[in-house]
Design a protein. Structure first.
Length: 105
């Protein structure tokens, strides 16, 4: 019987301070996740969107499939990529991963 009484929680002593420290700990974990994972991913996403919106005819690009070519034409969601003299491929803009050089350079 004494064992059961010893294991029972004591009534009302220090219950609030445990809750506050737990909330502070979860807040700190959230801030760490935000600055280490969420924020950098948002920056990369914005840079990618900017790269795809600034895409111009004549830019040298690489697609996600590893195809190197020159942008021969642009539409709203697609790009016409010239791979060789007589071969052009229509790809989604989102499939373009890298712009190697701009037309103006």
């Amino acid at each position: 019987m004494d064992l059961l009484l010893a294991m029972a929680p004591s009534g009302g002593e220090g219950g609030g301070s445990g809750l506050v420290s737990t909330l502070i700990m979860f807040g700190a974990i959230f801030l760490i996740f935000y600055f280490m994972i969420i924020r950098p991913q948002q920056k990369r996403s914005k840079q990618r969107e900017k790269m795809l919106s600034n895409l111009e005819k004549g830019d040298k690009v690489v697609t996600s499939g590893g195809i190197h070519g020159i942008v021969a034409g642009l539409e709203e969601k697609t790009a016409l990529v010239q791979i060789s003299d007589n071969l052009k491929v229509k790809v989604e803009r989102s499939a373009i991963t890298t712009v190697l050089s701009k037309k103006s350079e």
